[in-house]
Design a protein around this ligand. Structure first.
Ligand code: GLP
Length: 240
């Protein structure tokens, strides 16, 4: 693991954007694995800025998102489709036909999981961007999820429902299930870039870096990844 501790969220976002921009510039057909949540918003802002300044183009980029809530319409403001449109895709020159997010409204959810797993195998990620759940989850792979799983339906834990309720009008509105890339899909990326900011991530950061590699802390699998890059701010690093 290559661990970088920076001052704050802004610096974390800038450092991560540099890595993603380099992957886009240095590859003929870059494939980015992308994440949602509060953590990557600053990174996306930086990338949009680089695009507006003419430093970078996303024309050749393919993007595959980690996850989507089950049961939300793509048009719902809380869906990850909407999140990606408003925080990144709607502001850059990426070809929408090359952006992929699991369909949380699919009639046959198992079939959708299998379709997404196959899709991911066809488009190996150059860089997979990740946030970190306060319980150590990545994507929606909650503690206890086998490391060998591919895309599957996940039941959200109470902690995750509570953490994510800030994006909804109330706790009751937070979907209890999601389709998520599995850990096996996530670690197949050439580089995994995990970001964490703020003191409520400090315990998960500690377990990920200093704890045993264990399914109890899904992010701890990154200790075994040949190219895991961890960028965290001082508050998230306070227990190290
Ligand atoms: C959600 C997402 C994760 C994300 C996590 C942390 O559960 N599925 O991909 O990393 O939340 O979110 P935040 O970045 O808002 O702290």
């Amino acid at each position: 693991m290559k661990i970088t501790i920076v001052e704050n969220y802004g610096e974390m976002s800038k450092e991560a954007a540099k890595i993603l921009a380099a992957a886009v510039k240095d590859n003929l057909k870059p494939v980015l694995g992308l994440a949602t949540g509060g953590t990557p918003v600053g990174v996306y802002r930086e990338l949009i800025e680089m695009y507006r300044n003419g430093e970078i183009s996303f024309k050749n980029v393919t993007a595959a998102n980690l996850d989507e809530y089950v049961g939300l319409d793509a048009e719902s403001p809380q869906s990850y489709v909407s999140f990606m449109k408003s925080n990144l895709f709607g502001h850059i020159d990426i070809d929408p036909s090359k952006t992929f997010i699991p369909d949380g409204k699919a009639k046959d959810l198992q079939k959708e999981c299998d379709r997404y797993t196959e899709l991911l195998a066809d488009i190996p990620r150059t860089v997979q961007l990740l946030g970190l759940g306060s319980d150590g989850h990545i994507g929606f792979n909650e503690p206890g999820t086998p490391f060998t799983r591919h895309t599957h339906i996940a039941e959200l834990t109470q902690d995750t429902v509570k953490d994510n309720s800030r994006f909804f009008a109330s706790m009751d509105e937070v979907p209890r299930k999601a389709i998520t890339m599995g850990i096996a899909d996530i670690v197949s990326a050439q580089t995994v870039l995990l970001l964490a900011s703020g003191k409520n991530k400090a315990r998960a950061v500690y377990d990920m870096i200093k704890g045993e590699v264990s399914e109890d802390c899904p992010a701890s699998i990154l200790q075994r990844h040949p190219n895991a890059v961890i960028i965290i701010d001082k508050e998230a690093a306070q227990l190290l």
